[in-house]
Design a protein around this ligand. Sequence first.
Ligand SMILES: *[C@@H]1O[C@H](CO)[C@@H](O)[C@H](O)[C@H]1NC(C)=O
Ligand SMILES: *[C@@H]1O[C@H](CO)[C@@H](O)[C@H](O)[C@H]1NC(C)=O
Ligand SMILES: *[C@@H]1O[C@H](CO)[C@@H](O)[C@H](O)[C@H]1NC(C)=O
Ligand SMILES: *[C@@H]1O[C@H](CO)[C@@H](O)[C@H](O)[C@H]1NC(C)=O
Ligand SMILES: *[C@@H]1O[C@H](CO)[C@@H](O)[C@H](O)[C@H]1NC(C)=O
Ligand SMILES: *[C@@H]1O[C@H](CO)[C@@H](O)[C@H](O)[C@H]1NC(C)=O
Ligand SMILES: *[C@@H]1O[C@H](CO)[C@@H](O)[C@H](O)[C@H]1NC(C)=O
Length: 893
Amino acid sequence: MRSNMVFFFVLLLFLVELSGGQNKTEVNVGVVTDVGTLYSNISMRCINLSLADFYASRPDFKTRLVVNVRDSRRDVVSAAAATFELIKKKQVKAILGPWSSMQAHFLIEIGQKFRVPVVSYSATSPFLNSLRSPYYFRATYEDASQVNAVRAIIKLFGWREVVPVYMDNNFGEGIMPRLADALQKINVRIPYRSVIDSDATDDEISLELHKMMNMPTRVFIVHMYPSLAARVFIKAKDIGLMTPGYVWILTNGVIDNLRSINETSIEAMEGVLGVKTYIRNSKDLNNFKSRWRKRFPHMELNVYGLWAYDATTALALAIEEVGTNNLTSSYTDPGENLFEFEALGSSQYGLKLLHTLSRVHFEGLAGELLFVNGQLQSSVFEIVNVVNAGARSIGFWTEEKNLVKKLDHKPPNMGALSTWKDHLKNIIWPRDPSYVPKGWEIPLKGKRLHIGVPKRAGFTNLVEVTRDSSTNIIKATGFCIDFFEAVIKEMDYVVSYEFSSFEKLNGEPAGNYDELVQQVYLMNYDAVVGDTTILANRSKYVDFTLPFIKSGVGLIVPIKDQVKRTSMSFLMPLTWNLWITSFFFFFLIGFTVWVIEHRVNPDFRGPANYQASTIFWFAFSTMVFAPKERVFSFGARVLVITWYFIVLVLTQSYTASLASLLTSQQLHPTITNIDSLLQTGEKVGYQRTSFILEKLKEKGFSNSRLVPFDTAEECHELLQNGNAAAFLELPYSRLFLGQYCNKYKMVEEPFKVDGFGFVFPIRSPLVADVSRAILKVAESPKAMELEGAWFKKKDRSCPDPDISPDPNPSFTSRQLGVDSFWLLFLIAFVMCLITLGRFTVCFLWKTNVNDMWQEFQQPDKDSYINKVEKCPCSSSRHMPENNSQAANQMNNY
Ligand SMILES: *[C@@H]1O[C@H](CO)[C@@H](O)[C@H](O)[C@H]1NC(C)=O
Ligand SMILES: *[C@@H]1O[C@H](CO)[C@@H](O)[C@H](O)[C@H]1NC(C)=O
Ligand SMILES: *[C@@H]1O[C@H](CO)[C@@H](O)[C@H](O)[C@H]1NC(C)=O
Ligand SMILES: *[C@@H]1O[C@H](CO)[C@@H](O)[C@H](O)[C@H]1NC(C)=O
Ligand SMILES: *[C@@H]1O[C@H](CO)[C@@H](O)[C@H](O)[C@H]1NC(C)=O
Ligand SMILES: *[C@@H]1O[C@H](CO)[C@@H](O)[C@H](O)[C@H]1NC(C)=O
Ligand SMILES: *[C@@H]1O[C@H](CO)[C@@H](O)[C@H](O)[C@H]1NC(C)=O
């Protein structure tokens, strides 16, 4: 019974084996790998696990991959030989591996020749694309796909120069063309490339690092094998390249293999940034990871292992799909001679496998697996910061969102106020965690900027250099120097510099301003600070900062007193409008008073022509406050008093204006523009700068007419000695007029130039930073302060050149007009209206409508004034017959 049972089981097992296992077709594939290395160990395990998982979940598949491993011995020739052997002896249908891009290069060529697809999971060099082999499948991301992520980081921080550091092999160089293109797009310069040999000695590495240190650029992009990077960083830390201000960005070549780097090297990398291949988390991936940890607790899984796993799955799927047709070798026995291969013809199978492989599409451990143009397409990279010997995620880069802190975050607005902190989590920078590097350092160890300063003869308020004869130390002062110092203080980083006077040994200027600027182009100076005008011609050789003071060329001419004291001068203080308005109001007031007083005041009565003359008489006698007529009614009194006040103001203003007109000078320029100057044929002076001379010649002044001068005093002398005019740049003319405002006037600005700027070599990153700092200073009160301090008047009677550049305002502005007095006139007018209105209402109230005119001509019977109108003076003249009565009344008071 028992033996029966055993027999039954054995039979069952035999049947299961027969039905499940035996009918499977074995398909040979080769694996070329550097046996014994860590990478190889990991990926080999992943390949075996992949096959085991694959066939366990798909027992009905007819094909079975059989892996034949060959050692490529870390060199290209062994890899090629191993491949030959696999194809020849084992007749493999596909090849997995190899590790390095250089080995891959050969394998792909061989694969193409024999139509054996090569599936690589770690060869990332973009150069492999250039082979354009359809038999090459890259189950990994091409290195160059990360350059946009690197570019995004550089753009975010606004670094303007970058030095790539890479190893000089296929892998290292592969990224360069795409990186250079990407940086070009955001105008980032690559001033230098640091190439390190893959087996460079420590000394060679040091030498290269020292070179990098002596350059101002502080941003490095490192693309090399982790083993080399480990050595480079240990050296970099020794030398002092891991200090505040330095930026290191590692590509995924290093970051993805950070685990393979030992503790000491990782510590040296503290604070570097990196781009890491991003693998989306999934259930399968987590399962796999936990299985891996259980089975291989001492081996850290990496991203290439996952790709090896996926690549094997893809290959198994494709081989199953191709089926078993044409599987048997199409090669005849190859014999010993390798080259006999060539005659063997091609494998039908390879072509089919090629097509099925390129259609494979599934969700692998490392994400979607689909070969587009023979390689995987990446879309997301993780940005990491090496902190505490590990890579800490600080954000992600995707094509659509650019840099974001979390993948599901919306990208922040790229508004003016967004900073890097809106895009990335906090970054720990090398050594000083909070010091955000500028990417550029100006005082290279001990080296200062060598700044040329012009030697001026006159107008030393702008710039003056003096040499201490005992110490030989150059001292520079003046507005331009002070402004430059204020600008440097505003810069984000320290710039140390020394001034050097552009002069010959005997103290003469060594050349004109063009020659001075040329010195920057010739690399004799690192910069020029002074009153250098920004000119198109000069900007061909150097870069100018933004102007720190406006300029132009002003035409200065002498002025002379031209006042005409004519018989009509007395009319000039007031405008015609004011004259007419005043006369109108005199009449209006006279008339109103007459209307109101007429009925109550005998002074305003009498025959019609007498009354008319009284109106005018009264009106104009108010001008001198001497009307003979007394005014009785209340309304008229208020009106007359108001009018007195207005007249007082008017006459006083007139007097003052007339006095100033007749006594002060009216200074008029002799020449008003450059064209009239051209026609006179007189000599003109010009400030000794090449560009004014150039412009004047262009304008048509002949050489013989032009006299140069250097100082304000020389200019004054020239103009006194019969030169018709002088041309000065605006800042100088401000100084000049502050000294001689009573004699000269700037009448025109015939030539425009931008202003004074500082000079730097072309494409110097300092230009942008200094320009920004200039704007900061120019918008601050400091600029006004500096101008106030240096643009001072020398003649005390002159207005401050800083405040009013033109000390001689024109004549018409002194005339008084209606607009100065309109309020007074308005008040007078309203008063007239009110009094007239009140009078009319009272009059109509009491009067019979029929004989209005009659009534108006009669004295007002009800008026108290008419009853008491007994002044002796007036009654004696008009009513002598009532004399006695008046006297009686007087006595009664
Ligand atoms: C195995 O192959 C034989 C012939 O070679 C066939 O008759 C049989 O059906 C196959 N079995 C399976 C399970 O495919
Ligand atoms: C890889 O595995 C082999 C044997 O399986 C072992 O001898 C070797 O040390 C491993 N290599 C590394 C770098 O761990
Ligand atoms: C993987 O499988 C191949 C063939 O089955 C075997 O030779 C190799 O030793 C295996 N490797 C590991 C790391 O398990
Ligand atoms: C770590 O690696 C570097 C470079 O490969 C090497 O120089 C150093 O000796 C290693 N340190 C340790 C502790 O293994
Ligand atoms: C491949 O198989 C097809 C049929 O499936 C056959 O027609 C063709 O001749 C075979 N080619 C070779 C080279 O064996
Ligand atoms: C610029 O330079 C050219 C020749 O170098 C000269 O002919 C031209 O006049 C200059 N222009 C100015 C505005 O100085
Ligand atoms: C003198 O005054 C009285 C009343 O005051 C008046 O009646 C008389 O007419 C007056 N005489 C003259 C000549 O106007």
